[in-house]
Design a protein around this ligand. Structure first.
Ligand code: ATP
Ligand code: MG
Ligand code: MG
Length: 546
């Protein structure tokens, strides 16, 4: 696994450097600050930053903030934080809105060249005039306005003389082009809205398809990498760069966006989940946002390796979300301390163990990484085991605890179940067992074998903890607009149980492997003031193979 494997974009870059078209490449990551970044954005971040890095180039972070209605400084800050968390450093740091003056001047240039005009038609009329794939568009009456009149009207648009939607500026290209994007696309619209960066300076704002090529060209971006939906816009992108007489000639290259199974991957939809309280904020551990994945316990390394491994192609596909889980297991396997926790406790009294006595047993911290050493865990007359590790009337091949059966307690002794205590309703509330001192772990006891090994915690020393167990937020791809109908009602299960006493020292975002339960992260928001909260990152095993 490495980032030096080849892809079609690297081939283009190599060629452009070899032919001397560029001495140095510049890429950019251009998020719109209208939401938090998600794992799909990570694919673009890894691609842009590592591409530039590999070829000694630069990568700019540029906020594509041309739509004042949706953008906010909260999102700017979260985006910066997420990119830094992934471990990348941007070269240039820009806001598209810093270029509004230059964009305005370039629009005026287009008007002067007879390549843009002010349109009086409504949005709906413009759509009607535009035609369809099989029918050419119709020219608007505004198209024949004189250059002088267009210059005057555009300036008055800028000066606030018209209301929202009353006029737009359009490119004059070709109303019968087979590419609908070329049928006199809108370049500027009126929006009397305060902008997060420029305040009330502007009431006209450039459209994405006009602004984006200019932004790239102004910054000298050489390779402008975007997702496949923009393929049909490439002729317009090139038209803008050329007709606006931009010195730099960036090349737009499209690649397939990341789709993940059982994952909603659109800021608009994720925002809806937040705004309608389906989740507890953008950083809810079930969210595919980078802040959600971080809070869940994913590491930057696991996300980057995932992004490198899925590769870059031009064909749309959907990646199994279990592949992402594979990479966090890989990353944590050697690093995360192992420990025992009981999520759904059942009390066990070891009747032949001396009352009031506590012994401290040795336990390895990570059998796959001996350097991590050992820890001490308490054992006494009262312990907790997992409710699901006991059955009064077990089926065949159940090797855990049942009346008369003997099992091994991890790092401790064999215990045998002698008596089942129930409440008035008939629920099992306690087990009475006996232990065999001869069977102590680490003494090399070989006298007899048992088939089941259970995890457990000692009852008087262990710490209470909350465990949050997650399942996918949506039951399908979440791609349709009816995704709210496919919300998984069981995406969060909260359990209350116990962890080993040394866990009181656990800090926010510390990661552990809980024996048999999976990898967990100390919740950075709610695990405070002695109240321990653990988020399950992922279970231990998966049928998924790379
Ligand atoms: P969304 O539809 O989720 O809002 P977007 O493309 O509108 O996504 P931007 O903020 O414009 O979001 O995206 C910034 C960059 O991230 C763009 O270059 C875009 O191509 C890329 N990007 C967004 N989503 C994905 C994805 N799922 N896979 C790969 N790249 C993506
Ligand atoms: Mg976008
Ligand atoms: Mg978007």
């Amino acid at each position: 696994l490495n980032n030096t494997s080849s892809n079609f974009i690297k081939s283009i870059v190599k060629e452009d450097l070899a032919t001397g078209k560029h001495d140095q490449i510049i890429t950019r990551f251009p998020p719109e600050p209208n939401g938090y970044l998600h794992i799909g954005h990570a694919k673009s971040i890894v691609l842009n930053f590592e591409l530039a890095d590999e070829f000694g180039g630069k990568t700019n972070l540029r906020f594509d903030d041309t739509n004042p209605l949706k953008e906010d400084t909260e999102f700017v800050n979260s985006i910066k934080k997420d990119i830094e968390w992934l471990g990348y450093e941007w070269d240039g740091y820009h806001f598209a809105s810093d270029y509004f003056d230059e964009m305005y001047d370039r629009a005026v240039l287009l008007i002067k060249k007879g390549l843009a005009y002010v349109e009086d038609l409504s949005q709906e009329e413009i759509r009607e005039y535009r035609g369809t794939l099989t029918e050419p568009g119709k020219e608007s009456p505004s198209r024949s306005r004189s250059i002088e009149e267009n210059l005057d009207l555009f300036e008055r648009m800028k000066n606030g003389e018209f209301g929202n939607g009353e006029k737009v500026l359009r490119a004059k290209i070709d109303m019968s082009s087979p590419n609908i994007n070329m049928r006199d696309p809108v370049l500027y619209r009126i929006s009397h809205t305060t902008h997060h960066n420029t305040g009330d300076k502007w009431c006209i704002y450039p459209m994405y398809s006009f602004a984006h090529p200019l932004e790239d060209a102004i910054e000298g971006v050489t390779h402008s990498i975007c997702t496949l939906e923009f393929e049909d816009q490439r002729p317009l992108y090139n038209w803008v760069v050329e007709k606006c007489e931009m010195e730099a000639k960036p090349k737009q290259i499209e690649f397939a966006r990341l789709n993940l199974t059982n994952t909603v991957m659109s800021k608009r939809k994720l925002k809806l989940l937040v705004d309608e309280n389906y989740v507890d904020g953008w950083d809810d551990p079930r969210m595919p946002t980078l802040s959600g994945l971080r809070r869940r316990g994913f590491t930057p390394e696991s996300i980057k390796q995932f992004c490198r491994e899925i590769g870059v192609a031009r064909a749309d596909n959907t990646v199994d979300v279990r592949m992402l889980e594979h990479f966090i297991r890989e990353d944590l396997k050697m690093k995360a301390p192992r420990t025992m926790s009981v999520l759904h406790p059942l009390k066990v009294v070891i009747t032949n163990y001396p009352e009031g006595e506590v012994e401290w047993l040795d336990a390895e911290i990570n059998p796959e990484n001996e350097e991590m050493g050992t820890r001490k865990i308490p054992f006494s007359r009262e312990i907790y085991i997992e409710q699901s590790d006991f059955m009064e009337n077990p089926p065949k091949k159940y090797f855990r605890l049942f009346p008369g059966n003997e099992v091994r307690l991890k790092h401790a002794y064999f215990i045998k179940c002698n008596e089942v205590i129930k409440d008035d309703a008939g629920n099992v509330v306690e087990l009475h067992c006996t232990y065999d001192p001869e069977t102590k772990s680490g003494t090399g006891f070989t006298g007899r074998k048992v088939k089941g090994t259970l995890h457990w915690v000692e009852a008087t020393q262990s710490k209470e903890a909350e465990f949050r167990l997650y399942d996918s937020l949506v039951l399908d791809e979440g791609r349709g607009n009816d995704f709210l109908d496919h919300i998984n009602p069981n995406s969060l299960e909260v359990a209350h149980g116990y962890v080993e006493p040394n866990m009181v020292d656990a800090k926010p975002n510390d990661k552990f492997q809980f024996f048999r339960h999976g990898y967990f992260n100390v919740d950075p928001k709610d695990s405070v003031d002695g109240k321990l909260v653990f988020n399950r990152i992922v279970e231990l095993k998966s049928s998924f193979k790379l």
